[in-house]
Design a binder for this molecule. Structure first.
Ligand code: NAP
Length: 294
Protein backbone atom coordinates (compact mmCIF):
# COMPACT_ATOMS: atom_id res chain seq x y z
CA UNK A 1 0.00 0.00 0.00
CA UNK A 2 1.22 3.50 -0.88
CA UNK A 3 2.03 5.61 2.16
CA UNK A 4 2.88 9.29 2.64
CA UNK A 5 6.51 10.36 2.65
CA UNK A 6 8.00 11.40 5.95
CA UNK A 7 8.59 15.08 6.57
CA UNK A 8 11.44 15.15 9.09
CA UNK A 9 13.19 18.09 10.66
CA UNK A 10 16.60 16.62 11.42
CA UNK A 11 18.41 17.02 8.07
CA UNK A 12 16.87 20.44 7.55
CA UNK A 13 18.05 21.50 11.01
CA UNK A 14 21.61 20.41 10.23
CA UNK A 15 21.47 22.32 6.92
CA UNK A 16 20.43 25.49 8.75
CA UNK A 17 23.04 25.04 11.48
CA UNK A 18 26.04 25.26 9.14
CA UNK A 19 25.50 28.89 7.96
CA UNK A 20 24.23 29.82 11.42
CA UNK A 21 27.48 28.63 13.04
CA UNK A 22 29.47 30.60 10.46
CA UNK A 23 27.43 33.72 11.19
CA UNK A 24 28.05 33.31 14.94
CA UNK A 25 31.82 33.20 14.21
CA UNK A 26 31.67 36.35 12.05
CA UNK A 27 29.62 38.28 14.63
CA UNK A 28 31.83 37.17 17.52
CA UNK A 29 34.94 38.34 15.64
CA UNK A 30 33.36 41.65 14.65
CA UNK A 31 31.90 42.62 18.04
CA UNK A 32 34.34 40.92 20.39
CA UNK A 33 31.58 39.00 22.20
CA UNK A 34 29.42 36.08 21.21
CA UNK A 35 25.63 35.79 21.04
CA UNK A 36 24.46 34.39 24.38
CA UNK A 37 21.19 32.89 25.53
CA UNK A 38 20.09 33.08 29.17
CA UNK A 39 17.41 30.59 30.18
CA UNK A 40 15.40 31.01 33.38
CA UNK A 41 13.93 27.85 34.83
CA UNK A 42 11.56 28.15 37.76
CA UNK A 43 11.27 24.94 39.77
CA UNK A 44 9.92 21.92 37.93
CA UNK A 45 11.85 18.91 36.81
CA UNK A 46 9.60 17.42 34.20
CA UNK A 47 11.05 15.22 31.43
CA UNK A 48 9.95 17.44 28.52
CA UNK A 49 11.64 20.51 30.06
CA UNK A 50 14.81 18.56 30.82
CA UNK A 51 14.98 17.23 27.25
CA UNK A 52 14.41 20.73 25.80
CA UNK A 53 17.18 22.16 28.01
CA UNK A 54 19.61 19.41 27.03
CA UNK A 55 19.08 20.00 23.33
CA UNK A 56 19.40 23.79 23.78
CA UNK A 57 22.69 23.40 25.63
CA UNK A 58 24.05 20.90 23.11
CA UNK A 59 23.19 23.04 20.09
CA UNK A 60 24.41 26.27 21.70
CA UNK A 61 27.75 24.61 22.35
CA UNK A 62 27.93 23.26 18.76
CA UNK A 63 27.26 26.72 17.33
CA UNK A 64 29.52 28.54 19.78
CA UNK A 65 26.60 30.43 21.24
CA UNK A 66 26.98 31.29 24.93
CA UNK A 67 24.48 29.55 27.22
CA UNK A 68 23.51 30.40 30.80
CA UNK A 69 20.97 28.47 32.80
CA UNK A 70 19.49 30.25 35.82
CA UNK A 71 17.50 27.94 38.06
CA UNK A 72 15.12 29.54 40.56
CA UNK A 73 13.14 27.73 43.26
CA UNK A 74 9.50 26.87 42.48
CA UNK A 75 8.32 29.30 45.19
CA UNK A 76 10.01 32.30 43.45
CA UNK A 77 7.54 35.17 43.34
CA UNK A 78 6.93 37.52 40.40
CA UNK A 79 8.85 40.41 41.96
CA UNK A 80 11.99 38.29 42.33
CA UNK A 81 11.62 36.89 38.80
CA UNK A 82 11.22 40.42 37.41
CA UNK A 83 14.43 41.48 39.16
CA UNK A 84 16.28 38.60 37.50
CA UNK A 85 14.83 39.54 34.09
CA UNK A 86 15.74 43.21 34.57
CA UNK A 87 19.30 42.27 35.48
CA UNK A 88 19.56 40.17 32.31
CA UNK A 89 17.99 43.01 30.26
CA UNK A 90 20.82 45.29 31.46
CA UNK A 91 23.59 42.72 30.99
CA UNK A 92 25.30 43.52 27.68
CA UNK A 93 26.78 40.00 27.57
CA UNK A 94 23.27 38.49 27.35
CA UNK A 95 21.71 38.67 23.87
CA UNK A 96 18.48 36.76 24.44
CA UNK A 97 16.33 35.64 27.38
CA UNK A 98 13.99 32.67 27.58
CA UNK A 99 11.65 31.82 30.45
CA UNK A 100 11.11 28.06 30.37
CA UNK A 101 7.44 27.03 30.17
CA UNK A 102 5.41 25.95 31.97
CA UNK A 103 6.02 28.23 34.95
CA UNK A 104 4.40 27.64 38.37
CA UNK A 105 0.75 28.69 38.51
CA UNK A 106 1.29 31.71 40.76
CA UNK A 107 3.29 33.44 37.99
CA UNK A 108 1.45 35.41 35.30
CA UNK A 109 3.34 34.50 32.12
CA UNK A 110 1.88 37.32 30.00
CA UNK A 111 2.95 39.89 32.59
CA UNK A 112 6.43 38.40 32.81
CA UNK A 113 6.94 38.22 29.04
CA UNK A 114 6.15 41.90 28.78
CA UNK A 115 9.20 42.72 30.92
CA UNK A 116 11.74 41.05 28.65
CA UNK A 117 13.21 43.62 26.25
CA UNK A 118 11.72 42.94 22.78
CA UNK A 119 15.27 42.85 21.36
CA UNK A 120 16.16 40.12 23.89
CA UNK A 121 12.98 38.08 23.46
CA UNK A 122 14.32 34.65 22.40
CA UNK A 123 10.88 33.17 21.72
CA UNK A 124 9.26 36.14 20.01
CA UNK A 125 6.41 36.21 22.52
CA UNK A 126 6.61 39.84 23.68
CA UNK A 127 3.59 41.80 22.45
CA UNK A 128 5.88 44.03 20.34
CA UNK A 129 7.31 40.99 18.57
CA UNK A 130 3.87 39.47 18.05
CA UNK A 131 2.76 42.88 16.71
CA UNK A 132 5.74 42.85 14.36
CA UNK A 133 4.61 39.44 13.15
CA UNK A 134 1.18 40.88 12.33
CA UNK A 135 2.86 43.79 10.51
CA UNK A 136 5.26 41.41 8.70
CA UNK A 137 8.23 43.25 10.22
CA UNK A 138 9.39 40.53 12.56
CA UNK A 139 12.98 39.88 13.61
CA UNK A 140 12.24 36.87 15.79
CA UNK A 141 9.38 34.38 15.52
CA UNK A 142 8.10 31.85 18.05
CA UNK A 143 10.32 28.78 17.45
CA UNK A 144 7.67 26.07 16.99
CA UNK A 145 5.62 27.89 14.32
CA UNK A 146 8.93 28.96 12.78
CA UNK A 147 9.95 25.29 12.61
CA UNK A 148 6.59 24.29 11.09
CA UNK A 149 6.87 26.93 8.36
CA UNK A 150 10.45 25.85 7.61
CA UNK A 151 9.23 22.26 7.20
CA UNK A 152 6.34 23.31 4.96
CA UNK A 153 8.59 25.46 2.79
CA UNK A 154 11.02 22.55 2.44
CA UNK A 155 8.19 20.50 0.91
CA UNK A 156 8.10 23.12 -1.88
CA UNK A 157 4.31 23.22 -1.80
CA UNK A 158 2.94 26.57 -2.86
CA UNK A 159 0.71 27.53 0.07
CA UNK A 160 -1.07 30.34 -1.77
CA UNK A 161 -4.79 29.61 -1.93
CA UNK A 162 -4.43 26.22 -0.21
CA UNK A 163 -6.83 25.13 2.51
CA UNK A 164 -4.68 25.21 5.65
CA UNK A 165 -6.27 24.07 8.90
CA UNK A 166 -4.60 24.66 12.27
CA UNK A 167 -5.97 22.73 15.25
CA UNK A 168 -5.07 24.46 18.54
CA UNK A 169 -4.90 28.22 19.12
CA UNK A 170 -2.25 28.59 21.82
CA UNK A 171 -0.13 31.75 22.10
CA UNK A 172 3.03 29.78 21.37
CA UNK A 173 1.91 27.64 18.43
CA UNK A 174 -1.54 27.98 16.82
CA UNK A 175 -2.02 31.76 16.80
CA UNK A 176 1.39 32.85 15.50
CA UNK A 177 1.32 29.95 13.03
CA UNK A 178 -2.02 31.16 11.61
CA UNK A 179 -0.42 34.59 10.96
CA UNK A 180 2.54 32.96 9.22
CA UNK A 181 0.26 30.86 7.01
CA UNK A 182 -1.75 33.96 6.10
CA UNK A 183 1.45 35.67 5.07
CA UNK A 184 1.90 32.87 2.52
CA UNK A 185 -1.69 33.50 1.38
CA UNK A 186 -2.95 30.12 2.58
CA UNK A 187 -6.70 30.08 3.20
CA UNK A 188 -6.38 29.56 6.94
CA UNK A 189 -8.89 28.08 9.39
CA UNK A 190 -8.09 27.87 13.11
CA UNK A 191 -9.93 25.22 15.18
CA UNK A 192 -9.98 25.00 18.97
CA UNK A 193 -11.87 23.48 21.84
CA UNK A 194 -15.18 25.13 20.88
CA UNK A 195 -14.87 23.73 17.33
CA UNK A 196 -14.61 20.24 18.87
CA UNK A 197 -17.42 20.83 21.37
CA UNK A 198 -19.76 21.81 18.55
CA UNK A 199 -18.76 18.66 16.66
CA UNK A 200 -17.23 20.63 13.74
CA UNK A 201 -13.62 19.46 13.99
CA UNK A 202 -14.00 16.55 11.53
CA UNK A 203 -15.61 18.79 8.89
CA UNK A 204 -12.69 21.25 9.00
CA UNK A 205 -9.96 18.60 9.12
CA UNK A 206 -11.48 16.80 6.12
CA UNK A 207 -11.09 19.84 3.90
CA UNK A 208 -7.44 20.50 4.88
CA UNK A 209 -4.83 20.34 2.13
CA UNK A 210 -2.34 21.32 4.83
CA UNK A 211 -3.19 20.19 8.36
CA UNK A 212 -1.27 21.26 11.44
CA UNK A 213 -2.32 19.84 14.80
CA UNK A 214 -0.98 21.29 18.07
CA UNK A 215 -3.25 20.22 20.91
CA UNK A 216 -1.59 17.64 23.15
CA UNK A 217 -4.23 14.85 22.95
CA UNK A 218 -3.06 11.51 21.56
CA UNK A 219 -5.34 10.16 18.82
CA UNK A 220 -7.45 13.35 18.54
CA UNK A 221 -7.37 13.13 14.74
CA UNK A 222 -8.23 9.69 13.29
CA UNK A 223 -6.53 8.73 10.03
CA UNK A 224 -9.84 8.48 8.14
CA UNK A 225 -10.39 12.26 8.55
CA UNK A 226 -7.29 13.08 6.50
CA UNK A 227 -7.91 14.37 2.99
CA UNK A 228 -6.13 12.27 0.33
CA UNK A 229 -2.81 13.88 -0.61
CA UNK A 230 -2.80 16.26 2.37
CA UNK A 231 0.35 17.45 4.11
CA UNK A 232 0.11 16.65 7.81
CA UNK A 233 2.24 18.30 10.49
CA UNK A 234 1.71 16.79 13.94
CA UNK A 235 3.09 19.02 16.68
CA UNK A 236 1.56 17.14 19.62
CA UNK A 237 3.84 15.36 22.06
CA UNK A 238 2.05 12.83 24.26
CA UNK A 239 3.26 9.93 26.40
CA UNK A 240 1.33 6.84 25.35
CA UNK A 241 2.20 3.35 26.57
CA UNK A 242 5.71 4.49 27.51
CA UNK A 243 6.29 5.99 24.04
CA UNK A 244 5.91 9.41 22.48
CA UNK A 245 2.91 9.90 20.21
CA UNK A 246 1.44 12.85 18.36
CA UNK A 247 -2.17 14.06 18.16
CA UNK A 248 -2.80 12.34 14.82
CA UNK A 249 -3.25 8.60 14.31
CA UNK A 250 0.03 8.25 12.42
CA UNK A 251 -0.47 4.89 10.69
CA UNK A 252 -3.99 5.71 9.50
CA UNK A 253 -3.06 9.23 8.39
CA UNK A 254 0.03 8.03 6.56
CA UNK A 255 -2.10 5.91 4.24
CA UNK A 256 -3.89 9.05 3.00
CA UNK A 257 -1.36 11.89 3.34
CA UNK A 258 1.27 12.78 0.73
CA UNK A 259 3.66 14.03 3.43
CA UNK A 260 3.50 13.54 7.17
CA UNK A 261 5.74 14.37 10.13
CA UNK A 262 6.65 11.52 12.50
CA UNK A 263 6.50 12.02 16.28
CA UNK A 264 9.18 12.29 17.49
CA UNK A 265 11.50 13.52 14.75
CA UNK A 266 9.24 15.91 12.84
CA UNK A 267 8.94 19.45 14.17
CA UNK A 268 11.00 18.99 17.35
CA UNK A 269 14.55 18.89 15.91
CA UNK A 270 13.98 22.15 14.05
CA UNK A 271 12.48 24.05 16.99
CA UNK A 272 15.77 24.39 18.86
CA UNK A 273 17.56 25.48 15.68
CA UNK A 274 15.02 28.28 15.14
CA UNK A 275 15.50 29.26 18.80
CA UNK A 276 19.27 29.59 18.23
CA UNK A 277 18.60 31.56 15.04
CA UNK A 278 16.51 33.91 17.20
CA UNK A 279 19.43 34.35 19.61
CA UNK A 280 21.58 35.44 16.67
CA UNK A 281 18.81 37.74 15.37
CA UNK A 282 18.51 39.33 18.84
CA UNK A 283 22.28 39.92 18.88
CA UNK A 284 22.08 41.58 15.44
CA UNK A 285 19.08 43.63 16.50
CA UNK A 286 20.97 44.95 19.54
CA UNK A 287 24.00 45.77 17.40
CA UNK A 288 21.97 47.39 14.59
CA UNK A 289 23.21 44.87 12.02
CA UNK A 290 21.49 44.47 8.64
CA UNK A 291 17.76 44.99 8.44
CA UNK A 292 17.46 45.22 12.18
CA UNK A 293 16.31 48.53 13.48
CA UNK A 294 15.22 49.06 17.07
P1 NAP B 1 -1.66 24.34 24.85
O1 NAP B 1 -1.20 25.67 25.23
O2 NAP B 1 -2.22 23.42 25.87
O3 NAP B 1 -2.75 24.52 23.69
C1 NAP B 1 -3.52 23.46 23.22
C2 NAP B 1 -4.57 24.00 22.28
O4 NAP B 1 -5.41 22.95 21.86
C3 NAP B 1 -5.47 25.04 22.91
O5 NAP B 1 -5.59 26.09 21.98
C4 NAP B 1 -6.79 24.31 23.12
O6 NAP B 1 -7.91 25.15 22.99
C5 NAP B 1 -6.77 23.34 21.99
N1 NAP B 1 -7.58 22.16 22.24
C6 NAP B 1 -7.67 21.44 23.40
N2 NAP B 1 -8.51 20.39 23.23
C7 NAP B 1 -8.94 20.46 21.96
C8 NAP B 1 -9.82 19.68 21.20
N3 NAP B 1 -10.42 18.58 21.70
N4 NAP B 1 -10.07 20.05 19.91
C9 NAP B 1 -9.48 21.14 19.38
N5 NAP B 1 -8.62 21.93 20.06
C10 NAP B 1 -8.35 21.58 21.34
O7 NAP B 1 -0.51 23.51 24.13
P2 NAP B 1 0.71 24.01 23.18
O8 NAP B 1 1.78 24.58 24.02
O9 NAP B 1 0.18 24.78 22.02
O10 NAP B 1 1.23 22.59 22.68
C11 NAP B 1 0.38 21.71 21.96
C12 NAP B 1 1.09 20.36 21.79
O11 NAP B 1 2.27 20.55 21.03
C13 NAP B 1 1.53 19.72 23.10
O12 NAP B 1 1.45 18.31 22.99
C14 NAP B 1 3.00 20.12 23.21
O13 NAP B 1 3.76 19.20 23.97
C15 NAP B 1 3.41 20.10 21.77
N6 NAP B 1 4.53 20.99 21.44
C16 NAP B 1 5.54 20.47 20.68
C17 NAP B 1 6.60 21.28 20.31
C18 NAP B 1 7.70 20.74 19.44
O14 NAP B 1 8.67 21.43 19.20
N7 NAP B 1 7.58 19.55 18.91
C19 NAP B 1 6.65 22.60 20.74
C20 NAP B 1 5.58 23.12 21.48
C21 NAP B 1 4.52 22.29 21.81
P3 NAP B 1 -8.47 25.97 24.29
O15 NAP B 1 -7.32 26.79 24.77
O16 NAP B 1 -9.57 26.76 23.71
O17 NAP B 1 -8.85 24.91 25.27
Amino acid sequence: MKTGKLLTGKDLAVKMQVPLGQEVCRLTRRFGRRPTLAVIRIGGRNHAQAAYLRSQERLASLLNIGYRLITLPARTNEARLLRVIQRLNRDAAVSAILVLMPVPRHIDVKHIMHHILPAKDAEGLHSENLGRLVMERDHVVPPTPGAIMTLLKSSRVNLAGREAVVVGHSQVVGRPLALMLLRELATTTVCHIATSRRGHLKKHVEKAEVLIVAVGKAGLIPGRWIRRGAIVVDVGLNRKGGRLAGDVDFEGARRRASLITPVPGGVGPLTVTILMKNVVECFKWQHGVGRHRI
